[in-house]
Design a binder for this molecule. Sequence first.
Ligand SMILES: C[S@@+](CC[C@H](N)C(=O)[O-])C[C@H]1O[C@@H](n2cnc3c(N)ncnc32)[C@H](O)[C@@H]1O
Ligand code: SF4
Length: 406
Amino acid sequence: MSSASNKFGLYLHIPYCAAVCPYCDFAKTANFTGDVSTAYFSALKRQLELWLAASARAGLLKDGISSVFFGGGTPSLFAAELQPIMRLIASFLQPGAEVSLEANPDDLQAEKLAIWRDIGINRVSVGVQTFDAAGLKVLGRTHDGGMAADRVAAAMAVIPNLNVDLIYGWPGQTEASWAQDLSRVVAMGVPHLSLYCLTFEGKTPLGRQAQRGVVKPPPESPIVAAYEAARTLLHAEGYDHEEVSNWAKAGYSCAHNWLYWQDQSFIGVGAGAHGYLADPNGPGIRYAYPRNDRLFSKSTLDVNGLVDATLDEVASGLGAEIDPDRDMDTWLIELLGSGLRTTRGIDFGTALARCRKKWQPTLVAGEAVKTGILAFTTDGRLLLRSDEWFREAGWAVEVLRSCVDI
Ligand SMILES: C[S@@+](CC[C@H](N)C(=O)[O-])C[C@H]1O[C@@H](n2cnc3c(N)ncnc32)[C@H](O)[C@@H]1O
Ligand code: SF4
């Protein structure tokens, strides 16, 4: 196990899906052939080589890579295609590094599971969303509930470190159906759960249907009730509620998630991928690739000039956009936004020192400290009480207002 000081992550985006779900706003396309994905994988490997070389030159790889995440899209469409990348990163991985792959239930066949295990994938995150037939229809999924349950069980037998994603708040969902979804994953002994409230993203077919009034997003109260039902059941079943959307059995925390929630660096490579390079003396660098997969593959055609480049030069040379307006306030609001909704909170003493600020609570923040909604630990961490994680954005702003320049 790696210690808190030597985390460094790698996110690789695979933007291909067998079919596109109407609610999904991630960088993805179902419009590809074998040639298109082959070109994409070779671009991904080439760009990763450049990122690794620049990271090594910047001294970021001294302790190696602590976690890798193949996200999508649907990385599980592929198996042997991932091997060249796994070979490339093998010598950089810390002992026991977590290597996750996002999967659709449809792809969890025995042959693929064996290949993933053999090439070093040691964690699988399966997007089940729901086992309910009506819900699967609303969400445009291609699996049925029984098949998803069978495939998840088969996958856990090969790769036991497994997460299931479920979605609540879909139009037509009932309390009983949500309770059934939860009890099903609990009964299966799934060790990590990500429970997401459906967002109606403006640019998606479902979002547009909601704008036109064709589908009706549920009101807030059943959504809050669904969240509370999950909190109560999963607490009773021995899951730790680690972050607003994530629950884990002991020993099954997702190291890669914690890296995002605790201001640690990660390189992101691929169409639509984001990366973050932390800087102990400043706001760090955030960059994002354009979302188009073919543009991504093309951007690798002429990159020989980048062999001795710095990390910023690699990012811009590969067509990623670096956020030019970051300052310490941006850094602090991001830290609060991601850290306050976790069980570990944030290292507030260090954060204030870095931003040259002091704690001068607003009336609301002062009252929240008195009532225990906000709490300071003896080692200088700031925690938000877990029943308020749902409203973390508001609390982050309140805490930010309470941090004044020295
Ligand atoms: C990018 S998807 C990739 C996983 C995989 N392709 C799948 O669909 O099973 C990761 C997860 O994000 C969640 N997600 C995607 N769009 C969402 C939305 N609009 N609202 C809530 N959750 C969403 C789903 O739970 C999904 O499993
Ligand atoms: S939810 Fe998963 S399968 Fe559906 S479009 Fe998004 S990435 Fe693809």
